[in-house]
Design a protein. Structure first.
Length: 78
């Protein structure tokens, strides 16, 4: 299995969850526009005031996604 990177955007505050859900839609739209059909995008509520949106990409395409989408941080998927 190829290495994968999870690119993450953090949202904080009372509307963090709604913002993360909305951002997920933009990530999915980007994948459709760029013909990346096997990319997983999602969101996660970490607390009432902190949510994240994420996209999981192959390591060899990470630079393309990082430069285009400007995530807040990234994690290697083990």
């Amino acid at each position: 299995m190829e290495e994968q990177i999870k690119l993450i955007w953090d949202f904080r505050g009372p509307s963090a969850s709604l913002t993360a859900i909305h951002h997920q839609k933009h990530l999915e739209e980007f994948c459709v526009q760029e013909n990346y059909s096997t990319i997983e995008a999602g969101y996660k509520d970490l607390s009432d005031m902190h949510s994240t949106a994420y996209i999981i990409v192959p390591k060899e395409k990470m630079i393309i996604f990082r430069d285009a989408l400007k995530p807040h941080r990234g994690e290697k998927i083990v």
